[in-house]
Design a protein around this ligand. Structure first.
Ligand code: GTP
Ligand code: MG
Length: 148
């Protein structure tokens, strides 16, 4: 099954939104396969967002990600990469629909509380980057009640 790298950014952690965000993925039926709270060093933040290194906001983005602990997660389930992006909402919260995580809890693009992988290839790269130690193997008992 598909996996995605989902990360609650420092503002989401500081604002006490970890439980609310995990709840949304759990309730939908996705499976939590990796979870840790970590302070991010500059090198890891720069590597994670390397595709954006030429953008004018790159410096501020790296500062933001390193400004406090992040909650790094791996979630698994059918179509989790695209479905996770839908649950998260548009990059700029001004355009995020109500009901999405960003649309419900954030206002500015530079404080948009959560990251989600944008493709299956990105997810593979990001999971390897953030969880070099590997993730946890388990099968939830509810699986036959979530999937036909
Ligand atoms: P992530 O899930 O965090 O990767 O966001 P995304 O995939 O919706 O957007 P993208 O990868 O293009 O940008 C990564 C992050 O950079 C965004 O989530 C924002 O936090 C930040 N960012 C993107 N565009 C801007 C911008 O125009 N200004 C500022 N300040 N930050 C931006
Ligand atoms: Mg992105």
């Amino acid at each position: 099954t598909e996996q995605s790298y989902i990360m609650i950014k420092p503002d989401g952690v500081q604002r006490g939104l970890v439980g609310e965000i995990i709840k949304r993925f759990e309730q939908r039926g996705y499976t939590l396969k990796g979870l840790k709270l970590i302070n991010v060093d500059r090198a890891l933040a720069e590597k994670h967002y390397e595709d954006l290194s030429a953008r004018p906001f790159f410096g501020a983005l790296v500062e933001y990600i390193c400004s406090g602990p992040v909650c790094a997660m791996v979630w698994e389930g059918k179509n989790i990469v695209a479905a996770g992006r839908t649950m998260i909402g548009a990059t700029n919260p001004q355009a995020s629909a109500p009901g999405t995580i960003r649309g419900d809890y954030s206002i500015e693009v530079g404080r948009n509380i959560i990251h989600g992988s944008d493709s299956v290839e990105s997810a593979t790269r990001e999971i390897g980057l953030w969880f070099p130690e590997g993730i946890t193997s388990w099968t939830p008992v509810a699986k036959p009640w979530i999937y036909e």
